[in-house]
Write a protein that binds this ligand. Structure first.
Ligand SMILES: [Zn+2]
Length: 360
């Protein structure tokens, strides 16, 4: 990749939809990210362009979601939902029914599919949909603020085109919907870094969940202790993700960039700065393969917007990153003593479980 083609996926149509005001998921994050990068001149110039999402078609959605579920979601959005819908997670506190819900879910997911197709047609080396990343949704389940699993769908479409797909999830929550979608497959490797599931939703993603059958060794979970800071995170990333990615040899990355692992997120307990996201992106770019990046969690609005703007800035080859970067955070010896041994134990456990499948 000489000059990278980076595409930012957004349309003001997305602004028509809101989760209920008391809900932590704020759809305005994508607009704010776009405003910030635009104000820095990072949407113009060579190698940078924008694309608008288009609603995902039903036939594509059905590659992952059941017809019954899609019907219930569409019906609920019209104000009619019953115990059957509720049993699928639709209309719960986490996944409320709101005006335009179906149209929003299908449009936001459609942005990720637009991004996948830009990569498949060699029109983009990096495509970023900050309105995507709904990694918790299941085939027949709304879960954790997610209704349509755009990232699982994108992995499916890329794999169907014959690509080896590396799904990397740095959202603070386990990327369960995607991990389980490919649990028995070896053409899509999923790697999720997340806070210890004993402390955080969805309660899955332990080291010993490694896939099954053909997929054994192709599902990687890295649970991180409360208080994990940049240096500890990067140690785990460099010792686990880098060799696994190298051994797997992906054709394309699907990268869920939830920003809720940052310090100050109201829903989680890690202590990262956005420098971690910058370093991870630097590593991914180093593999020289296309990257489909999405948003995800991130409930501190300002921190999330800055992290995603920083991510875009790096994707788009922007020089002016300084003002987007967090200051390095001080780490107390108490925090270091609590986190490092736990991280080291996790690293050893993951190595023992997964590395042998890859001759590492
Ligand atoms: Zn999350």
């Amino acid at each position: 990749m000489g000059t990278r083609e980076a595409v930012f996926v957004y349309s003001s149509e997305l602004e028509e939809y809101r989760y209920p005001p008391e809900h932590p998921f704020n759809t305005i994050r994508a607009r704010k990210t776009r405003e910030l990068v635009s104000s820095m001149g990072l949407l113009s110039g060579s190698g940078r362009s924008e694309a608008a999402p288009v609603p995902a078609e039903r036939v594509v959605l059905k590659k992952f979601h059941s017809a019954r579920y899609l019907h219930a979601l569409q019906t609920a959005a019209k104000g009619r939902w019953d115990s059957e819908a509720l049993n699928m997670g639709i209309g719960t506190q986490d996944c409320p029914v709101f005006e335009g819900l179906y149209d929003y879910a299908v449009l936001a997911a459609g942005g990720t599919l637009v991004a996948a197709n830009l990569i498949l047609s060699n029109s983009a080396d990096v495509a970023f949909n900050p309105s995507g990343g709904f990694h918790h949704a299941g085939p027949e389940r709304a879960s954790g603020f997610c209704y349509i699993n755009d990232v699982a769908l994108a992995c499916m479409i890329l794999a169907e085109a014959g690509k080896r797909v590396l799904y990397l999830d740095v959202d603070v929550h386990h990327g369960d919907g995607v991990a389980y979608a490919f649990y028995k497959r070896s053409d899509v490797m999923t790697i999720s870094f997340h806070e210890n599931p004993r402390a955080l939703f969805p309660g899955t993603g332990f080291e010993d969940e490694i896939g099954s059958g053909e997929g054994e060794g192709y599902c990687v979970n890295v649970p991180l202790p409360i208080g994990t800071f940049d240096e500890a995170y990067m140690k785990a990333f460099e010792e686990l993700a880098l060799p696994l990615i190298g051994a797997f040899g992906p054709d394309v990355f699907v990268f869920e960039l939830g920003a809720d692992a940052l310090a100050g997120d109201p829903l989680a307990h890690l202590q990262l700065t956005n420098n971690v996201y910058a370093e991870v992106i630097g590593h991914l770019l180093g593999f020289g393969k296309p990257i489909l990046a999405t948003g995800g969690g991130g409930y501190n609005l300002d921190n999330t917007v800055r992290a995603w703007a920083l991510a875009w800035s790096i994707f788009a080859g922007g020089e002016e990153q300084g003002k987007l970067r967090d200051k390095a955070a001080a780490v107390s010896s108490q925090q270091r003593n609590a986190v490092i041994p736990a991280i080291e134990a996790t690293i050893e456990a993951v190595k023992a479980k997964v590395f042998p499948y890859h001759n590492l």
